[in-house]
Design a protein around this ligand. Structure first.
Ligand code: FAD
Length: 453
């Protein structure tokens, strides 16, 4: 294979991981990153944003041989820990025994990935902000402080510069018939840190993803290795109960006391955090094409930014890198074929996980405390236990089965949901949910859907 000089824009999670794959293939890789080197900066205590790492991301990290490094800084979460408005707690396992997701600090993960990239010979140039790309000359202009605008030539460039990618904009503006679809949900989010207890003890159940579902909004919390939790409030921007209405410390404290009473006592500086921490928006981006000839490709959030409710944005970006790696093995240095096959495979999957993620917001905020929904999940989990090859719940397909494409998981989940809607409408389902009659009916429906497709 001909060795390439590869340029990657963005040393975030995906750009850093991609650089390791590329470097392991023998390519000379340089990453240009807008920010300063985060490893030289201190993160405020308790302000560690964390992410759920699951099997698709794990598969990629295994392939480049760094999974042990990463799992060493992760906390397994075996299920959802629901805190209802009535003060009832319930634990809902994510899957079968041994199936879990992992809470990992974004900062620590990104730092490790950059360390490992450099260890593999990657050069990272910080404070280089991509400004524009000249597609005729194949040159990228960066902004480097003051008025310095160095120009970097490239023959192969990956844009991993995130949801608001500047490289994507340069690609889009100079492309005939570029499809671009961006939409914001009506909720924003705000992070609220739950500190550790004495001696770094965890003030909530450690090995779970905590959810306070409240129908139109929710609070979630993921554990950190220092005993703290990162809480995130997903809340409407506007309306009777919304960020725009909570304008005083008293209003915030009173809202939390009524709505999340078990949280108020464990966040002593709640109102301060509420006003000091930013309110951010959540965007989905779908675009096409992702590639330009055999020389340029969008990857990660730059190609498919999604809302965080399936915990898959980073995992999907890591899976992009893994698929690209397989295509490099198959097609050597035929970059036209590698990139066009990558786009053909991944675009439908990027679109599918974007839709699954939006749908899961409704499930998390409104349904996790709904008895009907819980009964439905109980039926599905029994079916999965009895017929593991036939019925895999949608959450498990996405989270624990990297061999199932996102687009297949979406199609399967729609089929399963229509069957379950019919089953949940059966008179007396609460009593007979575990009966042979119900099981046979579901399997018959499943087989008929499968045969018809
Ligand atoms: P980014 O992480 O955004 O990195 C982009 C990099 O490019 C950054 O370093 C940036 O500084 C740099 N950059 C930007 N512009 C330029 C430029 N012009 N020039 C040079 N460099 C530039 N995903 C999960 O899998 N699990 C989760 O639990 C999860 N939770 C989330 C929770 C929230 C609240 C949010 C918002 C997202 C969550 N995600 C989660 C999604 C995840 O954060 C993203 O999918 C992931 O960070 C994408 O990685 P990336 O490298 O493509 O982009």
């Amino acid at each position: 294979m001909k060795k390439q000089e590869v340029v990657i824009i963005g040393a975030g999670l995906v750009g850093s991981l991609l650089s390791i794959y590329m470097s392991k293939k023998g390519h000379a890789v340089t990453i240009y990153e807008r920010r300063n080197d985060m490893r030289t900066e201190t993160v405020e205590a308790g302000r560690s944003i964390n992410l759920a790492l699951s099997d698709r991301g794990i598969k990629a990290l295994k392939e480049v041989g760094i999974i042990d490094d990463i799992l060493g800084i992760a906390i397994p979460m075996h299920g959802r820990y629901i805190h209802t408005a009535e003060g009832i707690h319930a634990f809902q396992p994510y899957g079968k025994t041994g199936e879990f997701i992992n809470s990992v600090s974004r900062y620590e993960l990104n730092c490790r990935l950059m360390d490992l990239a450099e260890h593999h010979g990657v050069s990272i140039k910080f404070n280089h902000k991509c400004e524009d790309i000249d597609w005729q000359k194949n040159e990228i202009t960066f902004h480097v402080g003051q008025d310095e605008l160095p120009v970097v030539p490239f023959s192969l460039c990956f844009a991993a510069d995130g949801a608001f990618s500047a490289a994507r904009l340069a690609h889009m503006l100079h492309h005939n018939k570029f499809d671009y679809n961006q939409y914001y949900i009506d909720c924003g989010y705000k992070e609220l840190s739950i500190p550790a207890g004495e001696n770094n003890s965890f003030l909530l159940e450690k090995n779970a993803l905590h959810i306070w579902p409240r129908k139109d909004y929710m609070l979630i919390a993921l554990p950190n290795t220092d005993g703290s939790f990162t809480g995130t409030l997903f809340f409407p921007f506007e309306g009777p109960l919304s960020f725009e209405r909570l304008t005083t410390k008293e209003a915030v404290t009173s809202f939390f006391k009524t709505t999340f009473p078990d949280v108020v006592d464990i966040i002593p500086d709640l109102a301060d955090q509420f006003f000091n921490n930013p309110t951010s928006s959540l965007v989905t981006v779908k675009c096409f094409p992702w590639i330009r000839d055999g020389k340029f490709c969008l990857i990660g959030d730059a190609a498919h930014a999604i809302v965080p409710f399936f915990g898959q944005g980073m995992n999907a970006g890591f899976e992009d890198c893994s698929i690209l790696n397989t295509l490099m093995d198959l097609h050597g240095d035929d970059w036209e074929t590698i990139l066009s096959t990558f786009q053909k495979l991944r675009k439908p999957d990027g679109d599918a996980i974007a839709d699954l993620a939006v749908n899961n917001f409704v499930e998390m905020r409104a349904k996790t405390a709904d008895p009907n929904f819980l009964l439905q999940k109980k039926i599905e989990s029994k079916l999965h236990e009895r017929h593991p090859d036939k019925w895999i719940p949608a959450y498990s397909q996405v989270t624990f089965h990297p061999e199932i494409r996102y687009s297949t998981a979406l199609a399967n989940s729609e089929k399963q949901e229509s069957i379950m809607q019919m089953v949940m409408a059966l008179p007396g389902i609460e009593e007979k949910w575990d009966s042979k009659e119900v099981e046979d009916l579901i399997l018959a429906q499943f087989n008929s859907h499968t045969n018809n497709n």
